[in-house]
Design a binder for this molecule. Sequence first.
Ligand code: AGP
Length: 611
Amino acid sequence: MCGIIGVTGRDGCSRILLEGLRSLEYRGYDSAGVAVQTADGLVVVRRPGKLAELEGVLAEREPFGRTGIGHTRWATHGPPTQQNAHPHVDGPERVAVIHNGIIENHEALRAELVARGVTFRSETDTEILAHLVSERIEAGDDLGQATAHVAGRLDGSYSFAVVSADRPDELAAVRHQSPLILGIGDGANFLASDIPALLPHTKVVMPLEDDDVAVLTPDKVTVTDVHGQVVTRPVRTIDWDPVRIQKGGYRHFMMKEIEEQPAAVAATMTGCLTDDGFTIRIPALDALGDRLAQLERLTFVACGTSWHAGLAGKFFIENLVGIPVDVDYASEFRYRQTQAGPGHLVVPITQSGETLDTMVALRQAKQGGSPIVSVVNVPESAADRESDAAIMTEAGPEIGVASTKAFTTQLVALYMLALDLAGRRGALDAAALRERVQPLRRIRYAMEGALRHADAVRDVAHRYADARDFLFLGRGVNYPIALEGALKLKEISYIHAEGYPAGEMKHGPIALIDGDMPVVVVATPGRVYDKVLANIQEVRSRAGKVIAVCAEGDERVAAQADEVLEVPRVDEDLSCLVNVVPLQLLAYFIAEKRGCDIDQPRNLAKSVTVE
Ligand code: AGP
């Protein structure tokens, strides 16, 4: 998705916009551009390709301007060319607009404008906004009124910001389905698609809601609805440390975030352990009161890696709480008859808290009467604000597009959810709960142990970096880990990879096995360990190459596999938290060997806010 940044009231704002775009680049990096107010009118600079292209052009002059907007694009309409890069301008180039989302009725509006003599320069849906706002200003609207009026004509998802040469110290913006957050500064105000872009300037933020229209000047922020009625939005102070958003000496954010996992997992547990340290009590769930006791079923809704976490959560909840659990892709859930209602707990899982498919599913389930408990990483995100309760994963800002620490903190949050529900519903007694909480509190050390094998994983990765296809196999709680390992590999190395339940291989995928396709098998101790060993044999007897994730010193697996990725021995239920680490590292080192753009893989974006 695209990244949006705006500032009013800061000298050298072109540099501020560039810095903001650098922190937003993970949201989309097909092209970038800025529009800055100057005494001679709007200066608009746009470049296709990575942000460095724009940076190079802006470096040719001193930072300039006090008010402006910036954009980094994930192309939806029109290829990533200079002409299609944002900001887009009206005919006289006195209005500039940047946009995140998809305007579904853009063709009709474009035809209307062409009929009025407007000449278009780009293939984008966004350009119509510049012309429509310009027309409204010509008709006598101020910038806020023009923005509100245009927003009222749009269908689809759109958050856009606009500047006009007629109002050199004003920004106007509207939020609809795509995230937009205001930053309240001292003598300056800001707006951005996410919180990290604001933190270097202010920790005081005001998330906008759908159809909010904001007008910012250096010393004032006004928020109205699209009809001009003033609305009040809460202001929050965010305690994220801006330094944590930097790479901290790592080559890639992804490796930094892989190594942050043990601490992130521990931080996610903090605040959910009772004083004696032996029981889990998630404070956020208290908001649901006795509704939790009425639960008859639970559905996880999520996308991508978060959906994989939901599969592990199903394992936890069914085993520990004893209620049936569904795990739905959010993009499918929203088109099904899902029997939402008071007895059906819906749990959206989302790192960004803004994924549009997940948010639409959340709103649909809520409207149907289901209690909503989200597992979310970004505070003040839409999922955080719109749920009955939000279990916050404490991974901190996750910048790498490939999700790692958000995933393992989701696993911890879901395991804690299972323990808490089991306790509240009497499915587990105090002794049984205590027996499970202890290993959970120690899991961070096992994850650190897995990280200590990174060099061995790198050696294996370099031996298989040229493979064209991979198969990942796992059973039980490690089936989602096989899926996650495959997703990590494909999204950052562009190698085709599939994850399968190990027991399913003989029903088709075994036809793919040959000496050229490495098969990664999660083979750590558990109820189905012997079955997994048999699967390894099936692969080997067809000349397949087996890379096995196994417990340290496991001679049985080592004797049968071509390669081993060792991890410390832990309880089976928690093994998913440890076993995913070598698979994350395997993907990272293969992608690094192949010279891929690990933090910003092609075609991807960190937060998918379009349908
Ligand atoms: C994970 O590595 C991917 N980047 C992607 O699948 C991601 O998990 C998915 O888009 C969901 O994002 P969310 O957790 O922010 O909702």
